[in-house]
Design a protein around this ligand. Structure first.
Ligand code: HEC
Length: 117
């Protein structure tokens, strides 16, 4: 009878495995959230976090083309910017999994302000 009860109890080894698994899950989740943008982040913050490494903090371009005043991006419709950001293009990754509609809206509005339109 006491044997039956023992079977249902997790052994110290099982507890250890569960703890390690929880630690790994925690690490993976925190690693993923590095690329996560705060829900209430302003357009310039989103740009700085996700775009500046490739397009330059001042929008003059680095790996990716310039996005500021006088750039090709400045002359294109808002939909073009939204589509490029959400679907990616060439070497540019897609950001559909990092941005919700409102964040996208704030980001594109920031670009438009900087472009002077
Ligand atoms: C890993 C580097 C990288 C990151 C990060 C990146 N881009 Fe790009 N982006 C590129 C490259 C490279 C291109 C050119 C793609 C092509 O046309 O082949 C591009 C193109 C663009 C274009 C089109 C420009 C044009 O004149 O055709 C826009 C708009 C744009 N990116 C906006 C953004 C925004 C906004 C972000 C942040 C959410 C961002 N990009 C993040 C590399 C990047």
């Amino acid at each position: 009878m006491s044997n039956l009860i023992e079977v249902g109890k997790p052994s110290p080894h099982t507890i250890d495995v569960v703890r390690r698994f929880a630690a790994v899950v925690f690490l993976v989740v925190s690693a993923c959230s590095v690329g996560r943008v705060a829900d209430d982040a302003a357009g310039d913050e989103i740009y700085g976090q996700l775009c500046a490494t490739c397009h330059g903090a001042d929008l003059t371009g680095r790996i990716g083309p310039a996005l500021g005043p006088g750039s090709n991006a400045a002359s294109r419709p808002r939909e073009f910017l939204e589509f490029t950001i959400m679907h990616g293009r060439g070497r540019m990754p897609s950001f559909s999994s990092s941005l919700n509609d409102e964040q996208l809206e704030r980001l594109v509005s920031y670009l438009r302000e900087e472009q002077g339109e």
